[in-house]
Design a protein around this ligand. Structure first.
Ligand SMILES: [Zn+2]
Length: 78
């Protein structure tokens, strides 16, 4: 059995990607679920940025997590 991991959705590079839930901090390097290497933006996501399209590669990989309740669906942010 693999270790349980959580993730959260983050608008970055014009897509809503899923990133590991334990990565925090503006400017921190992060690899998204789809393998895209980027950094966490230096600001809280704006309402406009939350409207970016969901990265479906991330969504496919995240689907199992979503189904067992470890993560929200994309768009279920506060
Ligand atoms: Zn992605």
């Amino acid at each position: 059995m693999t270790a349980m991991r959580t993730f959260r959705w983050l608008p970055v590079d014009e897509r809503r990607h899923a990133i590991p839930g334990d990565v925090h901090g503006h400017g921190a390097p992060v690899t998204t679920l789809c393998g895209h290497e980027t950094t966490i933006p230096d600001h809280e996501p704006t309402k406009y940025e939350w409207l970016w399209k969901t990265c479906w590669d991330c969504y496919e990989k995240a689907r199992d997590f979503v189904h067992i309740g470890l993560a929200p669906l994309p768009g279920e942010h506060r």
